[in-house]
Design a protein around this ligand. Structure first.
Ligand code: PLP
Length: 394
């Protein structure tokens, strides 16, 4: 490659970046100077933060910090190899057994991240002759997984079971896999899992349920969305992440033994990667205990959600979506308006991100407020007062 060609490549990139900046779409990372929590430090200023997925407030819990340090002393830092070589340590195995029992499924398999878990499941179970049916608002990792699998990707409008039924009825695919967020990450609403499971029965399909935002939060003792609906279907493949409510890092897939064994044989994002450090598995055992035992964290969350919904009195077209989960999106509408509300909060010492298209549909730019058991009622009231003030000025 000569210099002229390479500089043209760089010119294109620079132009693209300038374009993003001009449209106000250039994404920049905020640099935290504190641990994750309800209160964080950014640019030497303290903020009240409504933007993490640390729903139970465990990310910085003293018991988990202690477990992580004990884990490092016991297992060292790196796992040194992939699970299929010598990276699968007894504590990983114990965690898998506990997770399976916790969510009420026969077996579980740890993955390094939820992104990799979704890629691993869809690519191991489907290929060219197959079809993946996906809710339009699914997380990006589920869509990427379907593309990588080379199965036919058929997206249906958000929660539109009639549309899904038609697609299933007309499909001649060898295998059919429905993929859905259990709790949608930008809307906070819950997928109709019993109805989806019934469609799976009727059309001989599998359901991959991504419970990144339900695990730890919904269901008895935080056992997740399957427990929330009190449903057990052998057609369900359950995926949950461990870096959100569980406060640590990682993910797992649970389901029938044949599924988990197939993933061990065929999931490239499981096979060709270094095992998660054992110290994290050790920490997750402690986290799972807190998730299971401390109902008061979920009770606090419910109290905060109730306080927000009851006391937000809107006079404009701003609208809180009807979510019962800690994800409480406030629809503003226009992109610039959403950014202005987010900026206005920031000027008042509060962080809540503006989410714009293409992450959400056109015209539905929003503030994604996420609540955590680490917040107090006073914290939520401070947010409410700031929102009321901003709305009057808008
Ligand atoms: C966060 C998230 C993931 C990815 O999980 P990571 O462990 O962060 O890679 C997958 N699906 C959904 C719905 C998520 O919100």
């Amino acid at each position: 490659m000569n210099l002229a060609e390479s500089s043209k490549l760089y010119q294109e990139l620079a132009e693209h970046l300038r374009g993003l900046k001009a449209q106000g779409l250039l994404r920049e990372r905020r640099i935290l100077e504190s641990p994750q929590g309800a209160h964080v430090r950014v640019d030497s200023k303290d903020y009240l933060a409504f933007c993490s997925n640390d729903y139970l407030g465990l990310a910085n819990h003293p018991k988990l910090i202690k477990a992580a340090s004990d884990g490092a002393l016991q297992y060292g830092v790196g796992s040194g190899a992939s699970h299929l070589l010598t990276g699968h340590i007894a504590v990983h195995h114990e965690l898998e057994e506990r997770l399976a029992r916790f969510v009420g499924l026969p077996r579980a398999l740890l993955f390094s991240t939820g992104y990799m878990a979704n890629i691993g499941v869809v690519t191991a179970l489907t290929s060219r002759q197959d079809a993946v049916f996906a809710d339009r608002l699914n997380h990006a990792s589920l869509n990427d997984a379907a593309l990588l699998s080379r199965a036919k990707l058929q997206r249906y409008p958000h929660l539109d079971l009639d549309a899904l039924k038609k697609l299933l009825a007309n499909s001649r695919a060898r295998r059919k896999l429905i993929t859905t967020d259990a709790v949608f990450s930008m809307d906070g609403d819950i997928a109709p899992v019993p109805e989806l499971a019934a469609l799976c029965e009727r059309f001989d399909a599998w359901l991959l349920l991504d419970d990144a935002h339900g695990f730890g939060v919904l269901g008895k003792q935080g056992r997740g969305t399957l427990s929330h609906f009190d449903i057990a279907s052998p057609r369900t493949i359950y995926m949950a992440t461990l870096g959100k409510a569980a406060g640590v890092f990682g993910a797992f897939v649970a389901g029938a033994p044949e599924i988990v064994e197939t993933l061990i044989q065929r999931s490239r994002s499981y096979i060709y990667t270094t095992a998660t450090p054992a110290l994290l598995a050790h920490t997750l055992l402690a986290s799972l205990e807190l998730v299971r035992q401390e109902d008061r964290r979920r009770e606090r969350l419910a109290q905060l959600i109730g306080h927000l919904k009851k006391n937000l009195h809107l006079i404009s077209s701003w609208k809180l979506l009807p979510s019962v989960t800690p994800i409480q999106p406030l629809i503003i509408g226009g992109n610039d308006a959403a950014v202005m509300v987010s900026e206005g909060l920031r000027n008042r010492g509060i962080l809540a991100p503006a989410i714009r298209p293409p992450t959400v549909p056109q015209g539905s730019a929003r503030l994604r407020i996420s609540l955590s058991a680490a917040h107090s009622v006073e914290d939520v009231q401070r947010l409410l007062d700031a929102l009321h003030e901003l709305e009057r000025k808008a």
